[in-house]
Design a protein around this ligand. Structure first.
Ligand code: GLV
Ligand code: MN
Ligand code: MN
Length: 419
């Protein structure tokens, strides 16, 4: 018979509120307190150490791998069987909130405490982990730690990635003391479950706290650098300019037109970096660098969008007499999650009398990488204010977090007792 457990909502909430103080900053735009905990910074290191303390206090065996991913194990009766793994990330974007990633990690630790309190033994080991540089904000590649673990990105390549100051992933891992010795290609789990805030409006619109995630859409990140020519703003005829800023701005507008056109399905495009160097009022910009973030739930339409963008930029660059260089930062295809694990989540939610909807994820997650080596699915938790995220306005309620983590706990329990 399957046992039912309930996590301690106040205890979970207490850890979420405590962790958000690490890397906290005053956000001028919103007047709120946000979280800035970029991967492998001192704030990330402090948050990592706090999570390791919580893991150790829960009696877990902690190990760190060579890309800085941290795993903590609760032994099962048969240690030869593959474990059930829970996890997510604790790094944030520069304008982050308290829930993105941390809910899955602190929720996973809370599951361990709950099983301890109930004196429950499981057949399989259960692990909870957090992956390095999920956000990709500091070193330019998202889902980095999980992609290395899944074997998609070689360790050596990941170690050599640099931040904007030229600091390497490897050097920063060593500096903060999280250059572990466990092999990054970890033993393949029996299943991976990630609980995460939705970061969008679907659950709130449906009036439910819980979502079962069907998969993650395709993500394409590129950096485009435009090289034009500096010249006098007052004297250079319009037709003789090689204006790098103009080309970069035109790309932003074209991307929006592409989204609005419907020609590329449900394409979403964002230029989140727009840099035209020194910025002098009376000088035509000679260089511009932008990043392009494309998302699409359809791989073919994603390819079509990338091709169109390439052709558009080439034509524009020729017309304006500028050179462009492209750097591929990240690219992942649509990842469908395991139907069997989704069904375990669905029947677990039913048993807990928690209504849910099924939805694709708009955001990227470590689960999309771990889905390659093992059966994987995700639980979404509704956020407030349309699920707004990557801003200090990100918020979810203690009850929504508790409900999602109850689903996580009971689904893990079922899977960990499977022969
Ligand atoms: C992860 O936060 C993403 O960019 O989707
Ligand atoms: Mn996240
Ligand atoms: Mn995020």
């Amino acid at each position: 018979m399957t046992r039912t457990v309930r996590i301690d909502r106040e205890r979970l909430w207490g850890t979420l509120m405590e962790l958000k103080e690490i890397g906290a900053y005053d956000d001028e735009a919103t007047g709120l307190r946000g979280v800035r905990r970029l991967a492998l910074t001192n704030a990330d290191a402090e948050a990592r150490r706090r999570c390791v303390e919580w893991m150790t206090e829960a009696g877990l065996e902690v190990r760190v791998d060579r890309i800085g991913n941290v795993y903590a194990t609760r032994p099962g009766r048969d240690r030869s069987l593959p474990c059930v793994l829970m996890g997510s990330h604790i790094d944030t974007v520069a304008t982050g909130g308290a829930f993105d990633g941390t809910l899955g990690v602190l929720g996973g630790i809370e599951v361990m405490r709950t099983l301890n309190d109930a004196g429950i033994e499981t057949l399989r080991d259960i692990e909870v982990g957090f992956f390095t540089e999920e956000e990709g904000v500091r070193f330019g590649t998202d889902m980095l730690g999980s992609a290395v673990t899944a074997g998609r990105i070689p360790l050596d390549h990941a170690h050599k990635l640099t931040d904007s100051d030229g600091k390497t992933v490897e050097g920063e891992l060593v500096r903060i003391g999280f250059d572990g010795d466990a092999h990054e290609l970890r033993p393949i789990p029996y299943a991976y479950l990630e609980c995460h805030i939705e970061q969008g409006p679907i659950l709130a619109d449906a009036g439910v706290d819980v979502g079962i995630v069907e998969g993650v859409q395709s993500i394409s990140w590129q950096r485009i650098t435009v090289a034009g020519e500096a010249a006098h703003a007052g004297t250079t005829p319009i037709g003789s300019r090689h204006d790098a800023g103009l080309v970069a701005a035109a790309v932003v507008v074209e991307l929006r037109r592409m989204c609005d056109s419907g020609d590329f399905g449900q394409l979403r495009a964002t230029v989140g970096n727009f840099d035209i160097g020194e910025g002098q009022t009376n000088v035509i910009p000679h260089q511009a660098t932008i990043t392009v973030d494309l998302r699409n739930p359809d791989d073919e339409l994603m390819t079509a969008a990338e091709q169109h963008l390439g052709e558009y930029v080439e034509t524009l660059a020729r017309a304006q007499g500028v050179q462009t260089t492209w750097e591929r930062m990240a690219k992942t295809a649509v990842v469908p999650f395991d139907a069997g694990i989704q069904n375990v989540l669905a029947s677990t939610a039913d048993n807990l009398h928690l209504p849910y909807v099924r939805a694709m994820s708009g955001a990227g997650h470590d689960a999309q990488e771990i889905a390659a080596p093992c059966p994987t699915a995700m639980i979404f938790v509704a956020g407030e204010s349309g699920g707004i995220s990557h801003t200090p306005r990100e918020y979810s309620t203690p009850d929504a977090c508790g409900n999602g983590t109850d689903v996580l706990a009971n689904a893990v329990l079922r899977l960990a007792d499977r022969t």
